[in-house]
Design a binder for this molecule. Structure first.
Ligand SMILES: [Zn+2]
Length: 109
């Protein structure tokens, strides 16, 4: 991982790791769920959909947002929480960047 904050795992015992629970597969790694979230978000914020070239990057960011919403709730403008490394790698492996370029986590302070 690129930053110290990203080295943090979910802290659960291996059998309870967030990356292997059903919630991760059904709500964070499912392209249909993430596509619906992106359509809603684009509609609310009057944004354009990502180009085909950037589709996996959009899925990655939607997965990070989905993880944060599920585990921390709504954080508010400018407030961030790192996604644990175990889940970040699942999201990146599911929606890989063709150029293997990943934006590092930036804390909100
Ligand atoms: Zn974990």
């Amino acid at each position: 991982m690129e930053t110290v904050q990203q080295h943090v795992c979910c802290g659960m015992r291996p059998e309870l790791c967030h990356s292997i629970n059903a919630e991760m597969r059904l709500m964070i790694l499912d392209a249909g769920v993430l596509r619906t979230q992106m359509l809603y978000r684009n509609d609310v914020f009057a944004r354009h959909a990502a180009s085909e070239k950037d589709v996996n990057k959009s899925y990655q960011h939607a997965g990070y947002r989905q993880y944060t919403l599920i585990h921390h709730g709504r954080l508010g403008l400018g407030v961030r929480r790192p996604v644990p490394s175990c889940c970040t790698w699942d999201i990146r492996d599911t929606f890989p960047d063709p150029d293997e370029f990943y934006v590092p986590y930036e804390p909100s302070w």
